[in-house]
Design a binder for this molecule. Structure first.
Ligand SMILES: [Zn+2]
Length: 150
């Protein structure tokens, strides 16, 4: 169910060539929280992760999620959704198990949001995961962990 938060606004985004288009309902006022990670895939895509309620995400193009290519590896629990025409990683969806409990995650790559929609990526409050060491217990840190970058 979509959140009824009064500060939610609709923002659009997509890949570079326009084959993948989406919209989200999000509150990007002030200093929106986003994260980066030093794991093997996040580092190479330099993904700026913005967590979004799955219900607040709408795929505009192509017609179905199945038509957006997924890159999967390792446990294959995560679908790194990218455009196979221009190569841009747009969003991430999947599930993971942490301390015996299953969680579902959904995030967009915030740099794929269309510019000039009233938010400023420079204002995003970015925190950093140590995914490389799988040190999730450390939480989100102020600076990149070893092997990561800003
Ligand atoms: Zn594209």
């Amino acid at each position: 169910m979509a959140s009824q938060d009064a500060n939610l606004k609709t923002y659009t985004g997509g890949c570079h060539c326009g084959a993948v288009r989406y919209s989200i309902e999000a509150d990007l006022s002030g200093q929106p929280k986003a994260s980066k990670c030093n794991c093997s895939i996040c580092l190479k895509t330099n993904r700026l992760s913005l967590t979004v309620d799955r219900a607040n995400f709408k795929l505009l193009s192509p017609a179905s999620l199945d038509e957006v290519p997924s890159y999967q590896f390792s446990t294959r629990q995560q679908h790194h959704k990218f455009c196979d025409k221009c190569g841009i990683h747009c969003f991430l969806m999947g599930s993971y198990v942490y301390e015996g409990k299953t969680y579902h995650n959904f995030s967009v790559n915030a740099v794929t949001l269309d510019p000039d929609q009233g938010f400023d990526l420079r204002e995003f409050k970015v925190t950093y995961w140590d995914g490389k060491a799988e040190n999730w217990a450390a939480g989100q840190m102020e600076k990149p962990a070893a092997g990561g970058c800003y």
